[in-house]
Design a protein around this ligand. Sequence first.
Ligand code: 2HA
Ligand code: ZN
Length: 273
Amino acid sequence: MKDILTAPFLIEMCKTTANMYRLGWDERNGGNVSYLIPEEEVKEYLDVKKVIRRIPTGFKAEALAGKYFIVTGTGKYFKNVESDPETNLGVLRISEDGEAAELLWGYKDGGRFTSEFPAHMMSHIARLAKDPENRVVMHCHPTNLLAMNYVHELSEAKLTHTLWEMCTECIVVFPDGVGVLPWMLCGTNEIGEATAKKMEEFRVVVWALHGVYGAGKTMDETFGLIETVEKAAEIYMLTAHLPRINTIRDEDMVRLAEFFKVKYRKDFLNLGK
Ligand code: 2HA
Ligand code: ZN
């Protein structure tokens, strides 16, 4: 059995959470990441018959039965993941009935998965139904996107349109736009269900006045998605109080989307309106 501290999936979790912390997206215990790992990969590092603990999920996750995830722990700081992965992360398998997470490694101090576990698992179910290759769900509190929530309308069409205008590549990176949930109590099954519903349509979902969820096939793709949305929000916040003299026009966005052959939300543009 190989040393799990050398596992590429664990190293990716460490590096990604460190980057997210460094960028100011995850103050204190803010943010959480879950990453689906194929069984063959887990088996190289862990005896999958050795369950340390069963942790009730509090909802039905049988659509994910038998699937393995590495997940950040509740109350844990992204700042500390890299120096102590075994306390701050856990590797778990969803039980056959979907009602428990079978812990195989980690949460060494008796901890458990993130308080946003319902939103993560329900989002995995929704994204996997759309894209069988989806593996990552990421939540964080990016500064500029959060700032923008206070000063910009939060309709999906208007928020997406403004973000698309802020960097040329935006419409190519998130052509499906940005979904928005109203402020809701976090850590509940209700916000999990609402997030998953949005994830049927969007890979980026803003939790109003709280943060963002992103989903993707790889850690890089998901990180890059949130990074691009946050960059656009930063340009907005740097310019919102200044007279706008130039902008990327809707016709230009259409040219971009067509050139890069992405399926985009035409109804979020103001073409011929
Ligand atoms: O886990 O970000 O939404 C800390 C959070 C909750
Ligand atoms: Zn949060």
